[in-house]
Design a binder for this molecule. Sequence first.
Ligand code: PLP
Length: 441
Amino acid sequence: MEGDMKTMDSEQLREYAHKMVDFIADYYKDIETFPVLSQVQPGYLRELIPDSAPARPDSFQDVLDDIRDKIIPGVTHWQSPEYFAYFPSNSSIAGFLGEMLSAGVNVVGFSWITSPAATELETIVMDWLGKALKLPDAFLSTGHGGGVIQGTASESVLVVLLAARDKILRKVGEDAIRKLVVYISDQTHASMQKACKIGGILPRNIRILETDSSTEYALSPELLTKTISQDIALGLIPLFLCATIGTTSSAAVDPLLALGKIAKSNGLWFHVDAAYAGSACICPEFRPYLDGVEEADSFNMNAHKFFLTNFDCSALWVKERNALIHSLSTKAEYLENKASQENMVVDYKDWQIPLGRRFRSLKLWMVFRLYGLENLQVYIRNRIELARKFEDLVKNDARFEVLSNKYILRFAVGAPLTEERHVFAAWEMLQEKAYALLKRL
Ligand code: PLP
């Protein structure tokens, strides 16, 4: 290939990668100077970027200039300390270095032989995280279960739904798919319904159980029992229950123990979605939220939300790994190898939708090693303390309610750079807006 930049050359990589790291470090240095929400209009980039790819190479400096002048204005700054929208999506130096290394070695570790370290590190580090969360031993790799890193919580819930579906259909016959029923609450993340759509569960067989403020929007065991009984009476087959620890819109916590017992006695697969809030449970004082997880068949938390691990890293554990493998394993002559055929190894391609997979465990491993569990606990506690401070500010202002049954303001504290001054500044801005609004009424 002609031109200045080679496809790969270690000295050139060193030179340009240093420049890119400087660029990123400057981005973090200046991050507070950007408006958190991108101010561009839809289609803005079409005006700024040519319609077709360049025939001849551009210089690296030209590209960096364009990133600064054309791309960064169209970025919404999720890592800004003044970012309080949706949910946290943490990056950290350790997570970034792990991501960099993963991009650097660029392996496609779908089976053990394609990169043994990628598979083995993932198994080890998922056991580390499982132990940090005090998950029951049945979720660890030492028994019949184990952990796997998926891209997102949406993929996690899809693969366990497929495993649960196929497990029951093997018993009752594949024609029964139209009778399978899934139970969720009106607070459950929309990814569950998408999984049902992909997994062939009829929309009319998704039971969206109502919640209310009297239980802080937790799923009611009584309502679940009643609904399951009604479905059985209709000749339907209860398949799957999804409970949530920390729902996205209301941070509701479902009562795992009671729900798990109902699921077990009715033969349902019980999945616990802790994508958003699960990280907090590495702190002993928050671990009680997970009590009852021992009843679950699968458990998921997103390390890329609140655990300093750069996107993407969704941690999924199952108690029965064979259920996943039964549904998702692929066989092809070119994939055959001695270690796999002799069942000596894990092949994570059989625990997920795609064949190819990234070396994601590197960043989780580096987060653990470079921060240590104690510092990670301190990090989480500090963020929760900032959220509590914000709650106090709201409670002490009669014009705001902390929770109402109507339209609510969500304020999600969790960005690594956020300090008290950012929370206070956001509160001042909210007060100003409220003042202006109330003056108009
Ligand atoms: N479940 C919960 C509770 C969430 O908060 C989210 C994301 O906000 C998801 C699932 C979906 O996450 P992902 O983007 O990893 O699919």
